[in-house]
Design a protein around this ligand. Sequence first.
Ligand code: ADP
Length: 273
Amino acid sequence: RGSRQEDLVLSIKLIAYGSSKRLMISRDITHFERIETMRRDFVANVSHELRTPLTVVNGFVETMQDMPNLENDMARRALQLMGNQTSRMKSLVDDLLTLSRLENEQNALSEEDIDVQKLLHILHEEGRSLSNGQHQIRLEIESEAGICGSASELHSAFGNLVTNAVRYTPAGGDIAIRWSEQPDGCMVFSVKDSGIGIEPQHISRLTERFYRVDRSRSRETGGTGLGLAIVKHIVMRHQAQLNIVSEEGKGSTFSIVFPARRRLLKSGSASAD
Ligand code: ADP
């Protein structure tokens, strides 16, 4: 990330030198793009190569944990630890692969008619199962309209926001999943929680890869630090906007605002606007 910022600063400095240096600017940007592509390919390849061995190790650990004659306490604890760590590594590798797929501009967005209400009910169930009865999770569907976009990507983006609300809200807290429509026809998905909240200085950095306010808390709850980076890319691919409003100790609201041209009437036909 550091080198990317340096490259950008260099580009800006060159622009300031005036038009005679335009050739240098374009060379600098091409160089930057090449490095970015190499970085993306490298991460994608490493993640892909790690996936198979991890799945094999994880599978064997699970099989051994189920063995009825496993009586040795130490072996049981070691297996449990190995199981937890391999699962964490699997989540990390899966998130890295998702991120590189989303970053690759050649992967076109699939434009399907999405039944958002159905998706919201699924998310509600998933949130409740993750919370395991520890939170009150409400579903507020205020619009019949749907949107067009990628159903699987939006499931992942919305799901990440619900998962975070559960992770960062202490037991007994409230979470509201909401679907609504603005007067200008923009569609809004939001997740509001009464959780730990976020100090203002962190908010603009939350969508950076591996940026976490409290690293140990994120780890304890099974976070990879990539969830919001994934959300940001999905939001950008849908020409939408991610808004974060939060107050430390009181809670947070994460909203995704979709442009009116993505809105669909409930029937599945495109809206007039
Ligand atoms: P993680 O896997 O660590 O949750 P994310 O990219 O999803 O990674 O989120 C980045 C960081 O943003 C989290 O580690 C946490 O500090 C903060 N965060 C995200 N969602 C919330 C929330 N609903 N309430 C408080 N903090 C949050």
